[in-house]
Design a protein around this ligand. Structure first.
Ligand SMILES: *[C@@H]1O[C@H](CO)[C@@H](O)[C@H](O)[C@H]1NC(C)=O
Ligand SMILES: *[C@@H]1O[C@H](CO)[C@@H](O)[C@H](O)[C@H]1NC(C)=O
Length: 261
């Protein structure tokens, strides 16, 4: 046995071991794709993809390591306080997202961006949502459940709900905890027949009107003051002229003064 043979006979098992380690490392990420506290079931009879259940997992945020072929994602009964922008962006097969019974307070413009084409069901009920960006649900085709949230009924909410073309159910279930107009408080959103966006516009219009009127009044009073002052001067000037020793051109001068006034 040459030293080379000896070296080879020892290194071949080493190589095999190394190879299997590399293979394990390569396989490891897909094995760990199921986030901590969740159960992931693949190959359900109804769809190809992953059914991820993270219910009651004491999650404080949306798991960052979700598999891109997730079809159903259950995050209900956790402590999730917010949905970051593009939180589900990579999940191009997601059909059902259950965020009910969490602590979400508000939703930004792109919270659900990337899900427009696929999402069919979005459950946001039993959260702490009071306001959403006016485009939060724009272009979503999903059925959206939003009941049991402390909604503040304002222009943005009216626009957000109005943007959900396919979903009149959501609007029906929104109860105004507070509102731009006091008499809507405790009312279902559907009972609000005021255009809350025009309300804001009308307020600004009114403020504009008041300001313009203020300016106008100032200008008018200045003109009045100016004319009075000039009249006073003219009168004094006239008296002065009258007091002068008599002159033949007196009527002409009176005319001049009146044109000045
Ligand atoms: C998804 O998985 C959960 C639990 O793992 C199960 O209860 C549920 O029926 C599954 N959903 C579908 C559509 O297969
Ligand atoms: C979301 O999860 C809750 C709690 O498990 C369940 O009651 C509710 O029906 C689910 N929502 C949908 C739309 O399936």
């Amino acid at each position: 046995m040459t030293p080379l043979d000896l070296w080879l006979s020892r290194s071949i098992p080493m190589c095999l071991l190394l190879q299997s380690l590399v293979l394990m490392a390569l396989c490891f990420p897909s094995a760990s794709m199921c986030p901590k506290g969740c159960t992931c079931v693949r190959g359900e009879p109804l769809f190809h993809g992953l059914n991820v259940t993270c219910s009651q997992a004491r999650l404080k945020e949306i798991p960052p390591d979700l598999a891109s072929d997730t079809v159903i994602l259950r995050l209900d009964h956790n402590h999730i306080a917010g949905v970051p922008d593009r939180a589900f962006h990579g999940l191009r097969l997601l059909r059902e997202l259950n965020l009910s019974h969490n602590a979400v307070e508000t939703l930004g413009e792109s919270a659900f961006s990337g899900l427009e084409a696929t999402l069919q069901l979005l459950d946001l009920s039993h959260n702490r949502i009071s306001s959403v960006h006016k485009n939060a649900f724009a272009r979503l085709k999903a059925r959206v459940l939003v009941d049991d949230n402390p909604w503040h009924c304002d222009c943005a909410l009216q626009q957000a709900l109005g943007g959900m073309v396919h979903n009149h159910e959501a609007e029906a279930r929104v109860l105004c905890r507070s509102s731009e107009l006091r008499d809507h408080e405790g009312q279902p959103f559907l009972a609000v027949d005021t255009d809350l966006c025009n309300l804001a516009k009308r307020t600004t219009d009114y403020a504009m009107l008041v300001t313009m009127f203020g300016w106008f009044a100032m200008v008018i009073s200045y003109v009045v003051y100016y004319v009075r002052q000039n009249q006073e001067d003219a009168r004094r000037h006239l008296e002065y002229l009258k007091s002068l020793p008599s002159k033949p051109k007196k009527p002409d001068e009176t005319d001049d003064i009146s044109t000045v006034v």
